[in-house]
Design a protein around this ligand. Structure first.
Ligand code: IMP
Length: 198
């Protein structure tokens, strides 16, 4: 199997692009979807895996390049798994993370009495690599944690300011980004596809 030397990172989300490129070995040449002026496909899959496949295959077919895409999101148990695969849509058309975070906290506040008893949540990530010959490979990873009652920290993106990973007392938003990227859902999914690069 020949190792991948250049790759299109199939996302228009800057935060994700930054974190996926950080995980990939330095010597791999990385391309952004913006370089090809591509907008994102409609994510109409029913799971993280289906959506990551939709993105990786779409961007690969548009560019004839090997593409790595992820679909990820936050599952809150008190909200019966919401926002889940709709995590980015909770931020509205402009993907405004402040709006998405407010929505989570507002919904959780409705169950105020239960918040302390059922405060478990997880980030999930599914990564798919799609090759121009139609071959694909998917892997997934997750990180368990709890939801902070208020936003804390300015690092990262998305729901990072309200997610406290188990074993730490800081949100991902307060944590050193390198530490986050060595324990999170994306890193765990990446470990399973690393073999295609190194
Ligand atoms: P999508 O995979 O492009 O549909 O978007 C996933 C959404 O989940 C992002 O827009 C974020 O809101 C959220 N998300 C995924 N991974 C992370 C993360 O590492 N930190 C914070 N939020 C995340």
């Amino acid at each position: 199997m020949s190792k991948i030397k250049k790759i299109l990172i199939g996302t228009n989300n800057k935060g994700k692009y930054r974190e996926i490129s950080y995980l990939l070995p330095k010597k791999i040449k990385k391309f952004e979807t913006g370089f090809f002026n591509l907008s994102s496909p409609e994510e109409n899959g029913k799971s993280f895996k289906e959506n990551s496949y939709i993105k990786a295959s779409y961007f690969s077919k548009k560019t004839n390049m090997i593409c790595l895409a992820d679909d990820s999101g936050l599952e809150v148990d008190l909200l019966e798994g919401e926002p889940g695969i709709y995590s980015s849509r909770w931020g509205g058309k402009k993907n405004n993370f402040n709006i998405a975070i407010k929505k989570v906290l507002k919904k959780m506040n409705k169950f105020k009495d239960n918040w302390d008893n059922i405060n478990s949540a997880r980030f999930i990530c599914c990564m798919t690599i799609f090759w121009p010959n139609g071959k694909s490979y998917s892997s997934s990873g997750s990180v368990e944690g709890t939801i902070s009652k208020s936003k804390k920290g300015k690092n990262g993106f998305g729901y990072d300011p309200i997610f406290i990973p188990n074993g730490y007392n800081k949100t991902f938003g307060e944590m050193n980004p390198k530490l986050k990227m060595s324990i999170d859902h994306r890193f765990k999914a990446y470990l399973k596809i690393k073999k295609f690069f190194i």
